[in-house]
Design a protein around this ligand. Sequence first.
Ligand code: DP6
Length: 419
Amino acid sequence: MATEKWVFMVTAQTPTNIAVIKYWGKRDEVRILPVNDSISVTLDPDHLCTVTTVAVSPAFDRDRMWLNGKEISLSGSRYQNCLREIRSRAGDVEDMEKGIKIRKKDWEKLNLHIASHNNFPTAAGLASSAAGFACLVFSLAKLMNVDEDPSHLSAIARQGSGSACRSLFGGFVKWTMGSKEDGSDSVAVQLADEKHWDDLVIIIAVVSSRQKETSSTSGMRESVETSLLLQHRAKEVVPKRILQMEEAIKNRDFASFTQLTCTDSNQFHAVCLDTSPPIFYMNDTSHRIISLVEKWNRSEGTPQVAYTFDAGPNAVLIARNRKVAVQLLQGLLYYFPPKSDTDMKSYVVGDNSILKEAGLDGASGVENLQPPPEIKDNIGSQDQKGEVSYFICTRPGKGPIVLHDQTQALLDPETGLPK
Ligand code: DP6
C-alpha cells in the first residue's frame, strides 16, 4: 500500500454555538468534564461556521494540520486525544471508483492532513474552538466510516474543547455533565431542532477590545480553584435552571427564556469577578448594551430581547421575532454608529436583509435614524463611534453536514496539500 499515491478526502461544515446556560468549570481537566450541565443555541452556519477538509493517503509521512491557511502543531494533548479516540473507532472504507480499500487496522498506520477555515475572523473572539473541534471530529468520523451517533461523537469533540460537544447538533442542545469517571456519559443531546423556534433572530455585537482576554480554559481553572460562588452555582443554581430552560425552550416561552439567559450570563460574569484575581470579560460597551436591553424590556412590560456574553466583551442578543430585531438593530445603530468611513453593508453582516426593513439599505444613513421611543435617551449620548467593530445578524441553525461539492474542499485532491 505504501507505494500507492491515492488521496481520499472528506469536507464538512460545522456550526458554532452560544450557551444560554453556561459551562464554566471542570471537574476533570484532562477528559474535559464539566461541573454542571449547560444548554446552547446553535448559530446558523451560513453566517458562522468552520469548514474542514480531512485527507488520508499512503503518501503522507505524518499528521499535519493547517488552520486558516497557516500550519499549526498537532502535538497538543487536546488534538492528540481527539485523533486517538476517533482512530480507535475507524471502520473499513472502500471507494470502488478510485480503487481504494482501507481496512480498519490500516488507520493506525495511515497519516492525515487536515485543513480548517472559519468563515468569521478568529480575532473577533467568537468561540472558534467549538466549531473547530466539532468539525475535526465530525469530518474524521465521515472519512473513517465511524459508526457512532452524534452524541457519541460529541464525547470525542468534548475532549478537544468542552463547548465543542454542543456543536454536533443544530437547534437547542444540552451538554449533560454525566457522572462516570471515564466521561462516557458526558455527552451532548439535542433538545429541539432549529425549526422548533424559528421566530428568533440573533444579533451579535462584535465589541472592540484593546486587551487580550484570559482564555476560557485558564479562566475557568482559576474560578474552580478560588470562587465559592462557582461551587454554589454548580450545585444549587444550575440544576434548577436547566430544568426551567428546557421547559422554556419546549414551550417557546420567550419571557422565561430571556429571564434565564440574562440571569445566567450575569451569574457567570459574577463568578469571574468572584475569582481571585478577578477576571473582567465585559467592558463599558458590554455594560451599555445590557442597560439598553434591560431598559427596553422593562418599558415594554414583557421581554423583547435576551442578552448573553461569553469570555469576552461581545454581546449576543436574541430577539423574540423579526419585528423586534429590526427595532433592536435601529437602536443599536443609533447608539453605536459605524465610523464615518465604514459602509453599512460591512458594518452589518450575515443576514443583512434586515437592513432593508430597518430602512438602512439605501442612501439614508444612521444620522436619520430614530430608535424606538422606549429605548431613546436611556443609555447616554449618541457618540459611541467605533465601540462596536460590526454586527452579525443570524438565527438558530442546523448541525454539521458533509459538503459534497469538491470545489469547497480546502485540500488539493491530487497532493493533499492546502489549495
Ligand atoms: C464562556 O469550551 O472554550 O463560552 O473546554 O477549556 O476548551 P475549554 O473551554 P471552552 O469554554 C467555553 C466557556 C463559555 C461558556 C460556554 O460556552 O458554555
